[in-house]
Design a protein around this ligand. Structure first.
Ligand code: NAD
Ligand code: SER
Length: 314
C-alpha cells in the first residue's frame, strides 16, 4: 500500500491502545498523516493533529473526516468490561452507536478502510475454555461482551451487504508500559508491575489460578497494523479474528516478577471482576489469523515481564 496519501483518524486515541497505536502509525506514515481524537487531549498525542471528538457525535465525526480528507479510521473508543458492567446502558450506547457512525462513513465511501477491535469478551461461560476456537458457542455474559459480539456481526454484515473493508481482532488482555489500562478485567496484569516497583507488593482482584489470554502491547499493535496492511483477499473473516499471545495466571506472573524482584509479594482479594474472568477463555486457538495473514506473536511470559520491568524502571 502506498503510504503517501493516507490520512488516518484514530478515535479514542488517548487510551491504553491509542497512544501506542498513534506512535506506530506515525512511524509508518508520518505525524502529519495521523489525526488523533478523543474526548480530551493527552500529552502523548501532542506530536499529531488533534481533534476533540465525542464518538457519539456523528456530525462532528463527518466534519473531521471532510476537513482532513480521512482515508482510514481506527475506532478504539469504548467502555471496557469492568466499567461496562457498572454503566451498562452507557456501554451499550457508546460501543454500538459509535461503530454505526464509522461503518456508515465507509458504506457511503467517505473513507476506504475501518479497524475496529473486538475482544475475548465475546465468549461466555458456555464456551469451551481451553484453546477456544474461532467458531464456537458464544453466549457472552457482560454488556461489553454482548456489544462486541453484536459489533462483530454488524461488521460482517456491512462487509457482505455494502462492501465495507472492515478488519477486526479479538484482542486478549493487553499489557504495555507506555499507557494505563482503562477499566478492564485484565488490568491487574499492568497494575502489578507498577505496584511491584513502587511498593514491592500487590493485591490482585482476581484469584491466583485465574488463567486468561494476554498479549504484550507491542505484539497487539503489530497485529493491528499487519491486518490493516494485509491484501484485501487474505482477510477472509470480516467479523473478527481470534488472536493469541500468552496465557497465564496471576500466580505465574507473580512468580516471574519474583525472579527479578525477590522481595515482591502478592495477595489475592477477588472482586466482581472474578466472575467476568471466569466466563472468559483460558487460552485461544488463533489458527485462522496465522493461516490467512501470517500472524505470529513475539513475546512469551518471560520476555514480557523482563520488558515491562526494564522499561518501567527507566
Ligand atoms: P481505554 O479505555 O484505555 O481507551 C478508550 C479511549 O476512548 C479513552 O481515551 C477514552 O477517553 C476514549 N473515549 C471514551 N468515550 C469516548 C467518546 N464518547 N468519544 C471519544 N472517545 C471516547 O481502552 P483501550 O484499552 O485503549 O481499548 C481500545 C479498544 O480496544 C476498545 O474498543 C476495547 O474494547 C478494545 N480492547 C482492549 C483490550 C485491552 O486489553 N486494552 C482488550 C480487548 C479489546
Ligand atoms: N482487556 C479487556 C477487558 O478486560 C478485554 O476486552 O475488558
Amino acid at each position: 500500500m502506498s503510504t503517501g496519501k493516507e490520512k488516518i483518524l484514530v478515535i479514542g486515541a488517548g487510551g491504553q491502545i491509542g497512544v501506542e497505536l498513534c506512535e506506530n502509525l506515525a512511524k509508518r506514515y508520518s505525524n502529519a498523516q495521523v489525526i488523533a481524537s478523543d474526548l480530551k487531549p493527552a500529552p502523548q498525542l501532542e506530536p499529531y493533529n488533534y481533534e476533540q471528538l465525542d464518538a457519539l457525535d456523528k456530525d462532528r465525526l463527518f466534519e473531521i473526516v471532510k476537513k482532513h480528507q480521512i482515508t482510514q479510521i481506527y475506532h478504539l473508543a469504548a467502555l471496557l468490561s469492568a466499567t461496562g458492567e457498572q454503566k451498562p446502558m452507557m456501554a451499550w450506547k457508546l460501543n454500538m452507536e459509535s461503530l454505526f457512525h464509522v461503518l456508515d462513513l465507509a458504506k457511503e465511501k467517505h473513507i476506504q478502510k475501518v479497524y475496529w477491535p473486538s475482544s475475548i469478551a465475546v465468549f461466555g461461560p458456555t464456551t469451551p475454555r481451553e484453546n477456544t476456537p474461532q467458531y464456537t458457542v458464544m453466549e457472552p455474559s457482560t454488556i461489553y461482551g454482548i456489544s462486541k459480539q453484536a459489533g462483530e456481526r454488524w461488521c460482517e454484515w456491512y462487509h457482505q451487504k455494502h462492501g465495507v473493508d472492515v478488519r477486526s481482532l479479538r484482542y486478549p488482555g493487553l499489557i504495555g508500559w507506555k499507557s494505563a489500562p482503562g477499566g478492564g478485567t485484565t488490568d491487574y496484569a499492568v497494575h502489578i508491575f507498577h505496584e511491584a516497583l513502587k511498593t514491592g507488593r500487590y493485591e490482585c482482584f482476581l484469584s491466583a489460578q485465574t488463567a486468561l489470554p494476554m498479549m504484550h502491547m507491542e505484539d497487539a499493535i503489530r497485529a493491528t497494523i499487519e491486518i490493516m496492511h494485509a491484501p484485501f483477499e487474505s482477510i477472509k473473516i470480516r467479523g473478527s479474528y481470534n488472536l493469541s499471545g500468552i496465557s497465564f495466571t496471576p500466580e505465574q506472573m507473580a512468580n516471574e516478577i519474583k525472579a527479578h524482584l525477590p522481595n515482591f509479594s502478592i495477595t489475592y482479594k477477588p472482586d466482581f471482576r472474578q466472575a467476568i474472568a471466569d466466563s472468559w477463555p483460558k487460552s485461544i486457538d488463533d489458527r485462522e489469523a496465522r493461516q490467512h495473514w501470517g500472524w505470529k506473536e513475539q513475546y512469551d511470559l518471560k520476555g514480557l515481564v523482563k520488558n515491562m520491568l526494564d522499561n518501567l524502571k527507566k
